[in-house]
Design a protein around this ligand. Structure first.
Ligand SMILES: Nc1ncnc2c1ncn2[C@@H]1O[C@H](COP(=O)(O)OP(=O)(O)OP(=O)(O)O)[C@@H](O)[C@H]1O
Length: 450
């Protein structure tokens, strides 16, 4: 496949070339308009993400005058993806979505590779802004409460998320709606573009995008152009319902959570019983949620992995949980606890270290946060609290005495979010016409040629 392209980026952030072709990803170029209506409703401005089954793009919605995220699935996922159905299930009761990314629209889009399901969602910003700026969102007590609230909401609708890890939590960014598509072009760092030149006539060049481009960083845009974004309280969103399923589904998908966040019963099946026939459930979501919280608070993985087969993850789990589950006895040659030290005492020592790390990072009430994580990280899935129970954990008691910063809870926008609908902070122009003409062409050309 490599000789297909004139230049193959082969780096994280770029989808592999092999993901294009019949049944594969949708070839997209910046400036394309897709969607219902004539002219089509969504004008693609930047690439903002990619996953195993999709590419994700920032687009300007001309009909609603706002910016949206378009998650464009591989064509072969059209028949199997239940993501839209799951979003529908989350709306069943008619209540407002709570800390779960909102699905605004969905449609199917044809390409040379087949028909692609497109999910139109509110655009969110990655938690990890550290790479692009000095600003690092502080994941404090309220943000942790919102992460749990998002999962509690999903669980309350009879859905298992199945893939909770830090990248699947984002931050609401209604300030993005202050930017027209032309403003976005002006303010964003110009993406890198690698031309894709098929080197053989047998390749259908329509099956590939004309170039690959890297992902634009919406966080960086906001940090630099909308200072209130960094000053206002965070509003968390749970993302990626691509692996989600209904608890009563007869053929649930096999578990696919990344190892550092996967529950012990799942990792044990994968690595010791050597079977992939294991399914996530709401209890395994709770374990993954605990490790996602740990990661976002500390910027580290508790169970970092360095090499397969990841048996060391199970070993670390025993150390932190202070016990060896009955089913695991005899499977490990090494005793996880130092001679003469009980499992419980050893675990206490490790969590004391975690508490000190949290304290150094300025985490609010580190001892109580450690107690919360330890409640979630127990081997026996039936002893893990539900997400709804966790919302009442003593760690959050103080929030009940404070007014909520997150206006979304009460159906109102927080001040800073409401400000998003006010006139632009920057002196940004808002083109009145859909066709921005030569000026827009110029920005696209500049992006592709720099
Ligand atoms: N609403 C959104 N706003 C902004 N970025 C998004 C949004 N949804 C997804 N992304 C970005 O796109 C990436 C891929 O999305 P997502 O995880 O939903 O895709 P996927 O194909 O189901 O991937 P995988 O299952 O491999 O995680 C995310 O990690 C995130 O960075």
């Amino acid at each position: 496949m490599r000789n297909l392209a004139f230049s193959d980026p082969d780096e994280p952030g770029y989808e592999p070339i092999s993901h294009y072709g019949p049944g594969g990803l949708c070839p997209i170029s910046l400036g394309l308009s897709i969607g219902p209506g004539s002219p089509p409703r969504y004008h693609i401005v930047a690439k903002i993400g990619r996953g195993s089954f999709s590419t994700v793009w920032l687009a300007h919605d001309y009909d609603a005058s706002r910016n949206v995220a378009l998650k464009i699935l591989r064509a072969e996922a059209l028949a199997t993806s239940k993501e839209v159905e799951i979003f529908e299930r989350l709306k069943v009761s008619g209540g407002p979505e709570q800390h779960v990314v909102e699905l605004l629209d969905a449609f199917d889009h044809p390409s040379a590779n087949g028909l692609h399901r497109v999910l139109v969602m509110e655009p969110v910003v990655n938690f990890d802004l550290r790479l692009s700026s000095d600003y690092s969102p502080k994941v404090g007590r309220e943000a942790i409460h919102q992460m749990i609230a998002g999962v509690a909401f999903i669980h309350s609708r009879g859905v298992v998320h199945g893939d909770l890890h830090p990248a699947n939590f984002g931050l609401a960014a209604p300030e993005l709606n202050r930017f027209s598509d032309l403003d976005l072009w002006r303010c964003m760092i110009v993406p890198e573009a690698f031309p894709m030149v098929p080197t053989s006539r047998i390749w259908n060049s329509d099956a590939f995008p004309p170039y690959f481009c890297n992902c634009s960083d919406l966080g960086e845009l906001l940090v630099h152009c909308v200072p209130e974004f960094v000053q206002r309280p965070l509003s968390v969103r749970v993302l990626d319902l691509g692996n989600a399923f209904l608890v009563d589904e007869s053929l649930p998908p096999k578990a696919s959570t990344p190892i550092p966040y996967a529950a012990p019963e799942i990792v044990f099946s994968w690595n010791v019983l050597d079977t992939k026939d294991v399914v996530s459930d709401q209890r395994s979501d709770i374990w993954s949620l605990a490790l996602s919280i740990y990661n976002l608070v500390s910027s580290n993985d508790l169970f970092a992995i360095f090499s397969p087969p990841h048996g060391d993850v199970l070993y670390k789990m025993m150390c932190y949980c202070g016990e060896v589950p009955d089913a695991w006895r005899g499977r490990f040659t090494e005793d996880p606890f130092p001679p003469g030290v009980s499992g419980a005492a050893h675990a206490d020592d490790l969590w004391n270290d975690v508490e000190q790390t949290f304290a150094k990072r300025g985490v609010e009430d580190p001892a109580a946060l450690v107690r919360l994580l330890r409640r979630m990280m127990v081997f026996d899935p039936s002893r893990r609290p539900t997400a709804a129970e966790l919302l009442r954990d003593p760690y959050f008691r103080i929030l009940q005495t404070k007014p909520s910063h997150d206006g979304h809870e009460s159906g109102e926008l927080p001040d800073a979010c409401a400000a998003a609908s006010r006139p632009l902070l920057l002196n940004l122009s808002v083109p009145s016409e859909r066709e921005c003409g030569e000026e827009q062409d110029f920005h696209i050309n500049r992006a592709l040629h720099q």
